[in-house]
Ligand binder design. Structure first.
Ligand SMILES: [Zn+2]
Length: 533
């Protein structure tokens, strides 16, 4: 029953259904339902790009559960946008600086690989999206404007010129704002789009008159005056109007955006209505924060990149992280990786156990692992091995040898072979995490004084604890510290320093159970001998 489908993508999809009802009243046909994601090609795709596209595809999948209407996903690149500033970290910045003010698609590729600056970035976007298996159609401003596909919208804006202006002008604060025009002609003389200004419009001819006289830092205007048609890519529309025109011409039904664009989306919605269209359903999302809750800063190197996440965590764990509560700000830092990985594995395990259709369809796994589910692959997880456990295990075993890890896992949990492929992959990631982060900070401390006495007592107690459970071992460790009158916090800290070379670690009982009672006794003996040497 579709009313049992309550996960957030279905709620979004239901809003799309209501929107389609409104659009139909305005004469929209039974065209495919269009989901759009936008991209500004002045920088490389990043984790925000990924999460926007992933979330949009989840709403698309939910929509397909509720409706038989065909759907399409458009990834739109605004590559006719003018370059205002030379981006950091690109080669040949002087060359790029000479082209400030020109559309990104008319600037040579500083990397020397593609036909233009935006061509390079668009290529990166597509290979980025392809690497995750997204099923999308790539559209670009350049192609839409210059092929004439946007002509209908451009002429419509010319018809509604003053109404459109009256939406934007009250939001501007500069002098002469009354002169503001939604149109930015590409100067026929110097090729710049950020330096021109409209003098007069000629709606009857579909043309306008302009002058290229707006110099800004680093970009000289050439002074050219001309009259041009607004069609076929000769004129670009300023961004909020451009967004509305895209919705209008492409018939966009759904598009999500970052919180900073709420006001823009509101204005673009007003404009698309003026043009005669129906604004798409839109959900805004919060941006990622760093560990301290501050905005992620690329120049300060805070927060995680998608490459960093995928070095240590699975793609599904990243999917899990961005699936949960899309409307709340998320902190993006390393500790989120094991946490998300384990939450995903738990969800996978319960997904594998439930049989009821709607319960499965409400599970995040149904969205995150749609690719596997679509091919009929079984999606489940039988074993109790978690990523945190593997990280601990690698840590305590102090080894790079995956066979030793497997031996331990099989002893701990005979079910592991059912999930061998997943666990083997997680072992790889745990080893990387260990080498990159844990190993460089390890610092062992030998016991002394009352701690040494207690450690000896624990060794004796463990030697007689054959077959004890993790819980019993935890009690034993706890009791030993208590019996020797050591503050428990200090006792456990000393044990972690002794065994792991760190101030913190897994529950001691879990550690001993995993590492082996005999092995722990042997390790303690070794440490005691070193301490007394
Ligand atoms: Zn010019």
């Amino acid at each position: 029953m579709s009313e049992d489908l309550t996960a957030w993508p279905y709620q979004e999809a239901r809003s799309v259904l209501e929107h389609l009802g409104r659009a139909a009243k305005k004469g929209a046909t039974d065209k495919p339902v269009i989901f759009e994601t936008g991209y500004g090609p002045s920088g490389l795709p990043h984790i925000g790009t990924f999460s926007e596209v992933a979330r949009t595809t989840w709403v698309q999948r939910a929509f397909e559960e509720l409706s038989d209407r065909p759907t399409r996903l458009i990834a739109f690149s605004d590559d006719m946008d003018g370059l205002r500033k030379v981006p950091e970290n690109i080669p040949n910045p002087e060359m790029v600086a000479e082209h400030l003010g020109k559309p990104l698609c008319d600037i040579p590729d500083p990397f020397g690989e593609a036909e233009s600056f935006s061509g390079y970035m668009n290529g990166k976007l597509c290979s980025f999206l392809d690497s995750f298996g997204f099923d999308y159609e790539f559209y670009s401003s350049q192609e839409q404007y210059r092929s004439g596909a946007f002509n209908k919208g451009l002429l419509r804006i010319l018809e509604c010129y003053d109404e459109v202006r009256q939406v934007i002008i009250p939001t501007l604060s500069y002098e002469n704002k009354e002169e503001w025009s939604p149109f930015f002609p590409v100067c026929e003389s110097c090729g710049k789009v950020n330096n021109t200004r409209v003098l007069e419009i000629h709606p009857e001819d579909g043309e306008l008159t302009y002058v290229c006289d707006q110099s800004f830092r680093g970009s000289e205007a050439c002074g050219h005056r001309g009259r041009t048609a607004v069609t076929d890519g000769r004129v670009k529309v300023g961004w909020k109007v451009d967004w509305a025109m895209r919705w209008y011409v492409l018939g966009v039904d759904y598009e999500m955006y970052g919180k900073d664009l709420i006001e823009s989306a509101d204005l673009s919605s007003k404009i698309v209505k003026i043009l005669g269209g129906e604004p798409p359903v839109g959900m805004f999302y919060e941006h990622f924060l760093d560990e301290k809750g501050a905005k992620i800063s690329k120049s300060k190197g805070t927060g995680l990149t998608i490459d960093e996440w995928l070095r240590y965590g699975t793609l599904e764990s990243l999917g899990w992280f961005i699936y949960k509560k899309p409307g709340t700000a998320k902190r993006l830092f390393f500790e989120m990786i094991p946490r998300s990985t384990d939450q995903h594995l738990e969800e996978r395990a319960s997904f594998g156990r439930v049989e009821e259709d709607s319960e499965r369809k409400n599970s995040p796994v149904y969205f995150i692992e749609s690719g596997r589910l679509n091919t009929g692959e079984e999606v489940t997880y039988e074993s109790e091995v978690s990523f945190s456990m593997l990280l601990n295990l690698v840590n305590v075993l102090n080894t790079d040898d995956r066979e030793i890890l497997w031996d331990y896992l099989r002893r701990y949990n005979p079910e592991v072979d059912a999930d061998a492929e997943i666990i083997d992959d997680l072992i790889d990631r745990a080893l990387r995490y260990y080498r990159d982060f844990v190993l460089p900070t390890k610092e062992f401390r030998l016991p002394e004084g009352e701690i040494l006495v207690a450690v000896k007592a624990l060794r004796e107690a463990l030697a007689a604890a054959d077959g004890a459970t993790a819980e019993e071992l935890q009690t034993l460790a706890y009791q030993t510290g208590k019996d020797h009158g050591i503050k428990l916090k200090n006792w456990f800290k000393a044990m972690y320093r002794l065994l792991l070379g760190q101030d913190q670690g897994p529950r001691l009982g879990t550690f001993i159970h995993l590492y082996g009672i005999d092995e722990t006794v042997a390790l303690l003996e070794q440490r005691i001998a070193e301490a007394e040497a």
